[in-house]
Ligand binder design. Structure first.
Ligand SMILES: *[C@@H]1O[C@H](CO)[C@@H](O)[C@H](O)[C@H]1NC(C)=O
Ligand SMILES: *[C@@H]1O[C@H](CO)[C@@H](O)[C@H](O)[C@H]1NC(C)=O
Ligand SMILES: *[C@@H]1O[C@H](CO)[C@@H](O)[C@H](O)[C@H]1NC(C)=O
Ligand SMILES: *[C@@H]1O[C@H](CO)[C@@H](O)[C@H](O)[C@H]1NC(C)=O
Length: 955
């Protein structure tokens, strides 16, 4: 054993021996007296690791009482008890395999289980996981072991298992520090940080992301899911199905401590072994993402604070006049009559006519809808008449009658009234209502409103759900000109309700202080004791499902109202929300830090199964700058959900405001629109079989340590890599390319081979941000126009980026862009698989029509661009299935310098002409189109030809 190995072993032992500290006093303002009164140890942390100063004595846990098959009966041991309620004496651990997924469930039968309909579809794996148990020092523990490597993926021998009614804790050693996921939080790095203790809160909250500094605050959604990349590059995922307020502490070891205040510990382990396979297994289990309408991948312009329809029209016109591709106008709550859903404001007369005009232009409209319904107007009246349900108080005695009596329709009900944007109190639809009355009423409201304003997509906001001023004597809106002083909701926080004031409140509360500083679980939302589904569900348990259940109901409403699949985007999400909706990363701020965290956030939501995701481009809160907006437009053009959005009162920030931003956006959007067939095919794959669209680089290079925390680069599927500009004042990017064949797909040395490793590449504001295409790729694209609607009828193109052996492949999925997908087995679409190869004597492209639609028409394939083509082809030698074709030699070029072969001929390939199409050619003996031997005249002509192609600078 060498010195280094010895040292390593010593370090490992030191870590293993460093007793983990389980926080015994996470409440604010703890002190030694309070700690010791709990029977815990008080010891300052002098390691700089932010360890808790008050922690449990050793021996917390359970004994193994008995075992029957895969059920382990556990009994509380003699170790320390927890200070937040009586430890459950007997709990059960059961384990089972669901396909390749291993389920380990710890808890008590009959306790709350999240009412979420996960499909639990399985995907086979070459890997298998097993459970092993052990018992030492009076503590039962288990581990989940990967059979192929014998590695422990989860190992609870660290101790700390606690189970009581309202406080549950489990801890584990982790096999690697390369952990990703958990949400929704703002992560400043893609990979978690195990150098110190950090506790991340998970409880849906109307909380703008704080990207300015490390902040473990909980945001809009909850995702108890993580992925770990193991030391050998294999990956696994872990889902905990629990919907209560919860938190996770990442700690040195590496280890994690998960705590929740209800339900059971229902854990699912996904074996991978690749990161993408983990994602596929996870998405099949929770539900694969919905397929957005094709147009939903277009560019969206939005703002909060349009003064009326006229301003919306002006800004959309300005963007169109600047020649910037744009598909979608988005209206925020301004369009409503005093912020009431399903109404149109006075300053929006003519909205329906304008929507017709937009539709004539090939554009679409997305409208915002909040869940809360004012208790005064016809929508509410229809709800009551239809026996729709709203979130309710538990008993009549709890009702705030002074508020209730203001509203005749709510007067004798238990409906819990709150305050959101409308002028009067609001009620919150109960989307868990199992009678379907609520769902049917909700759908009808959308159907009715759609016949007035023909929206195409739905944006659901405020669905944590958010309530203004809960438990506050003087809420912020008392000081707002635009909001009446409605009496706020008060929840019984005096300790009379175990739901309202549970013993352990989680970091979601303590991040903001304690009761003395007005921090409660019900802050910004409804009372925890509220009930849903006729008393069957407690808000304390199901609050985190509100956004998910609203999304389920709203997708149905969209389908019914429009007859098309459109798109729904939701602020609050939970595992499986991606089946019904996309997500935007919330009310960010116009800062460079927020641009950076949004690059990470979009990758995380792809791990969570919500690939239709993006940020508010240019920043929502605050005033953006020309440079920041420009860079954000350039980066956002690579996110699936691509929307410029701004807050009320801030200056306009659509790209037409600044000529430089307009030019950069036009260029970025033209690229996006050109590559939409590829982006769409990625979404199609994600919906069909579960996949990421935006993908962390390590997904493709899981043994390249340089990629493990490369959060500011990302991939489009497996073939395109993006390295955006994310720092102020920079005009270059130090981009990392993993060992592989790469080509530049941006202005700098377009089409040429880029060496792997780090390289500083130029990225002036006038250039496309650095984009690279990987060897062995055939990328479907399309000549871009100003809308996706127009683009869809333009000719197809193929970009071929060969591997060193001169080969490549790729796939195109193509449908009508809007039909609702009920079942892919009976769904009407085309699939084409492309193969490319070349030799010293020629090249070929084989197109296999793997799945055919009789109805969906297809543009012809007119352009094929091939990088690193070794020598000039004979343009007169092209054949399709053996028959000679005329290649347009005026438009087709080959350069011996750039090695780009560009074949352009109108109607070159009729994609529906045969099931298998082979386009083949041979190389010329002499280089008749070799730029190196061409006269300066010819070079000029070719440059002109090339620069005319969609504003690209190919030279
Ligand atoms: C509610 O609607 C679903 C279909 O959306 C149906 O399967 C279910 O039976 C309905 N439930 C009731 C109580 O009518
Ligand atoms: C707590 O407040 C509720 C009403 O909000 C009241 O009915 C109850 O008596 C109070 N309990 C205590 C212990 O003060
Ligand atoms: C392409 O590959 C196939 C199979 O390896 C081979 O038969 C064919 O000749 C190749 N075509 C060219 C043009 O190299
Ligand atoms: C393409 O081929 C199909 C099948 O042979 C034919 O029906 C169609 O008319 C062709 N399209 C064009 C544009 O030639």
């Amino acid at each position: 054993m060498g010195k280094v190995t010895l040292l390593l072993l010593f370090v490992l032992l030191a870590f293993a021996n460093a007793a983990p500290r389980f926080d015994c006093l996470p409440e604010p303002n703890g002190n030694q007296g309070a700690c010791e009164a709990r029977g815990c140890i008080w010891k300052e942390d002098d390691t700089g690791k932010n360890a808790p100063w008050c922690y449990f004595k050793d021996g917390v846990g359970y004994n193994l009482d008995s075992q029957q098959g895969s059920t382990y009966n556990l009994r509380k041991n003699g170790g320390p008890s927890n200070p937040w309620g009586a430890d459950s004496t007997e709990i059960k651990l059961t384990t089972k395999s669901i396909g390749s997924v291993l389920n380990v469930k710890i808890g008590i039968d009959g306790r709350y289980e999240p009412p979420v309909d996960f499909p639990r579809e399985t995907q086979s794996s070459t890997e298998s996981l097993s459970l092993s148990t052990s018992f030492s020092n009076g503590v039962f523990s288990f581990s989940v072991v990967r059979q192929s490597t014998n590695r422990k993926l989860f190992d609870t021998s660290i101790g700390g298992l606690i189970f009581s009614d309202q406080f549950i804790q489990i801890a584990t050693y982790l096999p690697s520090e390369n952990m990703y996921g958990w949400g929704e939080n703002t992560h400043q790095s893609l990979r978690h940080d195990f150098t110190k203790y950090l506790t991340w809160a998970m409880f849906a909250r109307d909380q703008p992301p704080n990207s300015g500094s490390l902040d473990t605050v909980n945001l809009y959604g909850v995702h108890p899911y993580y992925m770990i990349l193991e030391p050998d590059g294999k990956a696994h995922g872990v889902l905990i199905i629990n919907s209560n307020a919860q938190e996770v502490t990442t700690a040195p070891g590496p280890s994690l401590i998960y705590r929740t205040i209800g339900g059971n510990l229902d854990m699912y382990f996904f074996p991978g072994p690749t990161p993408e396979m983990v994602t596929q297994q996870y998405l099949k289990f929770i539900g694969k993402p919905f397929l957005p309408a094709y147009w939903a991948l277009g560019y969206q312009l939005s703002r909060y604070g349009y003064k009326g329809l006229a301003e919306m029209k002006t800004r959309i016109q300005a963007v169109r006049d600047a020649g910037i591709p744009i598909d979608i106008g988005v209206a925020d709550i301004d369009y409503m009559q005093r912020y009431k859903d399903f109404t149109t404001g006075d300053d929006w007369a003519g909205f329906s006519d304008y929507v017709k005009t937009m539709h004539d232009w090939g554009m679409k409209l997305i409208l915002i809808f909040d869940p809360a319904i004012e208790a005064t107007y016809p929508s509410f009246q229809r709800a009551i008449a239809a026996n729709a349900k709203f979130i309710e108080w538990e008993t009549k005695a709890q009702v705030q009658t002074a508020i209730q009596n203001l509203y005749p329709m709510a007067k004798d009900t238990k409906i819990m009234l709150g305050v959101v944007w409308p002028d009067n109190h609001v009620a919150f639809p109960d989307f868990l209502d199992s009678t379907n009355n609520t769902q049917n009423w909700w759908i009808n409201e959308f159907v009715n409103y759609q016949s007035q304003v023909a929206f195409d997509g739905i944006w659901i906001d405020m669905n944590e759900p958010s309530n203004f001023g809960t438990n506050q004597d003087h809420p912020w809106y008392f000081d707002s000109d635009d909001h009446p002083n409605d009496a706020p909701l008060f929840c019984p926080t005096n300790g009379s309700s175990p739901w309202e004031m549970p013993p352990y409140k989680t970091r979601a509360v303590w991040r903001f202080g304690d009761a003395n500083s007005g921090a409660f679980l019900s802050s910004n939302t409804l009372c925890m004791l509220a009930q849903q589904d006729g008393g069957k569900q407690r808000f304390y348990n199901v609050k985190n499902l509100y956004g998910l259940t609203e999304a389920i109901n709203t997708q149905k409403a969209l389908f019914k109202a429009t007859g098309k699949r459109g798109a729904v985007v939701s602020r609050s999400t939970y595992p499986s929300a991606g089946r019904y909706a996309g997500h935007w990363l919330g009310d960010n701020t116009a800062r460079w830090e927020d641009l950076r965290t949004s690059v990470i956030g979009a990758q995380e939501f792809n791990l969570f199964g919500i690939p239709y995701v993006g940020s508010d481009v240019c920043g929502f809160i605050g005033t953006t700058t020309e440079e920041l907006c420009l860079r954000w437009q350039q980066m956002g053009a690579f996110h699936s959900f691509f929307r410029n959005h701004n807050t009320i009162g801030a200056p306009a920030q659509d790209p037409a405001v600044w000529p430089s931003v307009a030019a950069a956006t036009k260029k970025a959007n033209l690229f996006r629109y050109q590559y939409l067939p590829y982006l769409f095919s990625l979404h199609f794959t994600a919906s069909l079989s579960g996949a990421t669209v935006i993908r962390p680089v390590f997904f493709e290079y899981p043994t390249d340590a340089e990629t493990f925390n490369l959060g500011y680069e990302f991939m489009w599927g497996s073939r395109i890599l993006v390295a955006p500009v994310i720092y102020q004042g920079t005009t270059s990017v130090n981009a990392y390319l993993p060992t592989d064949r790469w080509y530049s797909l941006f202005d700098y040395r377009y089409g040429s081979i880029m060496s792997p490793g780090y390289a500083t590449v130029p990225a002036p504001t006038t250039s496309r941000i650095p984009v690279f295409v990987r060897g062995y790729s055939v990328i479907p694209r399309q000549t871009p126009s100003i809308t996706t609607t127009a683009t869809r009828s333009n000719p197809f193109e193929l970009l071929i980026a060969p591997c060193p052996l001169g080969m490549g492949e790729g796939t195109l999925y193509w449908d009508d862009g809007e039909t609702i997908v009920n079942d892919f087995n009976s769904y009407d679409y085309h699939q084409f698989d492309f193969m490319y190869n070349s030799t010293a004597t020629g090249g070929s492209v084989t197109i296999t029509h793997s799945k055919k639609s009789s109805k969906i028409s297809l543009p012809t394939l007119d352009i094929i661009e091939i990088f690193n083509y070794p020598s000039a082809p004979n343009f007169r030698s092209f054949t399709i299935n053996g028959k000679l074709v005329n290649v347009n030699v005026q438009r087709s070029t080959y350069s011996g310098i750039t090695k780009i072969l560009y074949i352009s001929t109108e109607g070159l390939v009729n994609l529906s002409s045969a099931d298998s199409i082979v386009l083949q050619w041979s190389n010329a003996g002499n280089s008749m189109f070799d730029i190196s031997s061409a006269s300066s005249d010819e070079v000029g002509k070719m440059k002109a030809l090339n620069t005319n192609r969609y504003d690209e600078l190919y030279f």
